[in-house]
Write a protein that binds this ligand. Structure first.
Ligand SMILES: [Mg+2]
Length: 297
């Protein structure tokens, strides 16, 4: 979630006023009637899981940083034979780095416009067939101007330089933190101009093309890896409204604890919830999974 929102909820989630270090600290009270503590994931439910798909910002990061426990959790999954696939609104430039350097089998970027993955030592890019052509840049420029004019304080995200298919408007990655109402206004402007738009914990992303995180993940896994029945093989992690298509589709989905401020804005909540916010929550959930099913090779 955005930096301000994280602090706003910290006192409520952590009565002591301090977020836990990896794997320690008070447990989150039940926040949503549809979310079950991840510790209740059973051995039987875990048995079919082969892929760990996860959002990045505020799901495996905490206060903007990737904590050691979350990165270690990804390596533990990798070494145990799981395929880890970050699925993010972050840019193609970030995807290049992640595919090359993280223990990730692939990375879905720009909210589903692309998938970057390594094959025989080469970086491969799978692009969604519905991404717009070069004319998209003029259209996104118009959307950008309307957002900056329509919602005071908004600015273009600093990673925009390495985006190819979408526009990211920052409302909570850096101060001033504008809040979710401003984010919804930005989204409405984007949609009114014919763009698709989603609110993440830090940005509003806008694009022209018929794709999202879920549809691109399914298309990539079927086309490139020949995986047609993925529904029960995936455990999905997320934290905000742009993760909702994944929460709705995958029976095994888990929110990290900072999903709480978004609960009223998400129609399809995840099945499970992690005990802690961000990367600490992700690491705790993976620890539980690996106790149930240490290897899948
Ligand atoms: Mg997020």
């Amino acid at each position: 979630m955005g930096r301000r929102s994280a602090r706003d909820t910290e006192k409520e989630i952590y009565p002591g006023g301090e977020a836990p270090s990896c794997g320690k600290g008070p447990k989150l009270a039940r926040k949503g009637k549809f979310m079950i503590p991840i510790e209740q994931l059973t051995k039987e439910q875990a048995a079919g899981i082969r892929y760990i798909l996860t959002d990045i910002d505020d799901t495996i990061t905490t206060e903007g940083k990737l904590p050691a426990c979350a990165y270690t959790a990804m390596w533990r999954l990798h070494d145990a034979g799981y395929k880890v696939i970050p699925v993010t609104g972050r840019s193609c430039g970030w995807c290049d780095l992640i595919a090359r350097e993280w223990p990730a089998a692939a990375v879905v970027g720009e909210n589903g416009a692309v998938v970057y993955y390594m094959e025989n030592g080469h970086l491969k890019v799978f692009t969604h067939p519905s991404v717009a052509g070069d004319e998209v840049h003029k259209k996104l420029e118009d959307v950008k101007e309307a957002c900056l004019k329509g919602v005071p304080g908004t600015r273009v995200a600093k990673d925009q330089f390495s985006r190819v298919y979408d526009l990211a408007i920052d409302f909570a990655e850096e101060p001033p933190y504008l809040g979710l109402d401003a984010a919804e206004k930005i989204k409405d402007i984007c949609v009114s101009m014919g763009a698709q738009a989603k609110v993440s914990s830090i940005h509003v992303n806008a694009w022209f093309g018929d794709y999202n995180k879920l549809s691109m993940t399914k298309l990539f896994m079927e086309t490139v890896w020949g995986e047609t029945e993925i529904r029960d093989k995936i455990l999905w992690f997320g934290d905000s409204p742009n993760d909702e298509p994944m929460f709705a589709y995958f029976p095994n989905s888990c929110g990290v604890a900072n999903i709480k401020p978004f609960v009223d804005r998400i129609q399809h909540l995840p099945t499970f919830v992690a005990p802690y916010e961000g990367g600490e929550g992700f690491a705790a959930a993976i620890d539980h999974l690996l106790k149930l099913q240490p290897h899948v090779k």
